[in-house]
Design a protein around this ligand. Structure first.
Ligand SMILES: CC[C@@H](C(=O)O)C(=O)SCCNC(=O)CCNC(=O)[C@H](O)C(C)(C)COP(=O)(O)OP(=O)(O)OC[C@H]1O[C@@H](n2cnc3c(N)ncnc32)[C@H](O)[C@@H]1OP(=O)(O)O
Ligand code: CO
Length: 134
């Protein structure tokens, strides 16, 4: 069911500082920041060849990453995103297996303009998983 690792997300308190750090110390060119109010985050991506790094900064008072950053104020690894061919088939299979789909269970359009869903970290070894239909 799982395809490629699409991205590894890092939640940060200051997106501009995180992007500048990667640019100057690691010599990569992050994408321009993109505000996604529906997801409560502003994002920027770095393409590292075999996958991408997604930086997440909270956007708004209901941002889903505020709790995580309260636990890890300097930032930290937030989620893995796996590609799937059919997100509804994947969701229904995972639900049958007892995994919890976060939110209302319906895909939202993610940062790449494709449908995404999130799986509860407590059902996957303490790791938040995003699925993206490709
Ligand atoms: C840009 C769009 C999209 C893309 O296209 O790439 C994105 O990536 S958007 C990214 C941001 N959106 C989301 O993360 C949506 C899904 N997340 C959520 O719904 C919530 O963040 C959450 C996972 C339900 C956590 O909510 P929160 O309020 O912070 O905490 P809880 O108290 O409900 O947490 C329960 C439990 O889980 C632990 N936790 C929380 N976040 C993580 C995490 N990222 N990785 C691992 N574990 C996590 C939290 O510590 C709690 O544990 P206990 O204290 O042991 O109960
Ligand atoms: Co993501």
């Amino acid at each position: 069911m799982l395809g490629r690792l699409n991205h590894v997300a890092i939640a940060v308190p200051d997106l501009a500082a995180a992007v500048a750090l990667y640019r100057t110390t690691l010599g990569v060119e992050p994408s321009d920041p993109q505000a996604l109010p529906e997801h409560g985050v502003t994002v920027a991506f770095v393409d590292v060849g075999n996958t991408k790094i997604e930086f997440l900064e909270p956007l708004g008072e209901d941002s889903p990453i505020l709790g995580f950053l309260a636990n890890y104020p300097a930032g930290g690894m937030h989620h893995l995103c796996y590609e799937v061919e059919d997100i509804i088939a994947a969701r229904d299979h995972l639900t049958e297996q007892g995994a919890r789909i976060l939110g209302d269970g319906e895909p939202k359009i993610g940062a790449h303009g494709k449908p995404v869903l999130f799986l509860h970290p407590k059902d996957f070894n303490g790791t938040l998983i995003e699925l993206e239909q490709v």
